[in-house]
Design a protein around this ligand. Structure first.
Ligand code: CAO
Length: 254
């Protein structure tokens, strides 16, 4: 093994220029400037995609009991609760069990910083682009508190935008496309975090129960991780811990 080239002129990063094409030569077009958020997000995304060795691990969680539990909690608390606040709490449980997922590589690239706090970022789709508000200290908040904060933050993100302090300090992010559709995807890690969990739409799966078939509600999980910090076995364990926590929604609500 030789020491890798550390200069920014590494041939691997010498990308060809972006194609400069006059599309109107092929048919009618309409040109619109990208929003400020879109421009910012696109450069950060491109940096994260080319500088982090991503791997995405796919799994699924049995959420058959979650629907009943969250409806009961919605009724008793008077707060509308989607599956997402439970996913936040399950992420905290999995981060506690797998501290590597709550680490960051520092700016020197020589140290791993293990965080002792649990701030969870949530990807929010807004007309101006993608924003990631952060639920700070999610371990100390109840499910209804997280649901209320999430509703306020996503409303603010969609209408007025978010101040930096509402988007800073995240340890781990969740990108939920569950209300829209899809079965799996490859979320891009939000550096300096080392992993992000994508969730797709819950579906009914026939499972063997002795001689009978039982239908279960399954939530597809797509966990992208930074392979410099996390190995495949860690990712498999993280998803198992996450699914175990979600299968017991009452204990997450305590
Ligand atoms: N499977 C099935 N249904 C789901 C679900 C899932 N995994 N997740 C949510 N739902 C349901 C909710 O329960 C709700 O239905 P009910 O009203 O019947 O309870 C419905 O979908 C709408 O949910 P919602 O989107 O309003 O709320 P949420 O808490 O699930 O998500 C937010 C909030 C802000 C994350 C979401 O609105 C959003 O912006 N999602 C897009 C995120 C995104 O763009 N990610 C990609 C980033 S990379 O480009």
């Amino acid at each position: 093994m030789t020491k890798p080239d550390e200069t920014p002129t590494s041939p691997l990063l010498k990308l060809p220029a972006w194609p400069n094409i006059d599309f109107s030569q092929f048919g009618p077009v309409d040109m619109k400037p990208m929003s400020r958020i879109q421009t910012l997000v696109s450069s950060v995304m491109a940096r994260n995609w080319v500088s982090i060795p991503h791997v995405t691990h796919h799994d699924e969680a049995d959420v058959s009991t979650l629907t009943t539990a969250r409806r009961a909690l919605s009724e008793s608390s008077g707060v509308k609760i989607t599956p997402l606040p439970y996913l936040v709490k399950a992420a905290v449980a999995a981060l506690k069990a797998q501290p590597k997922f709550n680490a960051s590589i520092d700016a020197t690239g020589r140290n791993l910083v293990y965080k002792q706090y649990f701030h969870i970022g949530i990807a929010v789709d807004t007309p101006a682009g993608l924003l990631v508000p952060v639920i700070h200290d999610a371990d100390k908040k109840s499910i209804p508190e997280i649901a209320t904060e999430l509703a306020e933050l996503s409303e603010m993100a969609r209408t007025k935008g978010l101040p930096m302090d509402k988007m800073s300090g995240g340890c781990f992010s969740i990108s939920s496309l569950g209300s829209i559709g899809g079965t799996a995807f490859t979320p891009i890690i939000n550096a300096p975090e080392v992993a992000i969990l994508g969730v797709s739409k819950t579906y009914e799966k026939p499972c063997r129960n002795g001689e009978a078939i039982a239908w279960k509600d399954m939530l597809p999980l797509s966990l992208s991780y930074d392979h410099r910090v996390i190995n495949g076995a860690d990712a498999a364990r993280f998803c198992v811990d996450f699914a175990k926590a979600l299968a017991e929604p009452e204990s997450l609500a305590k």
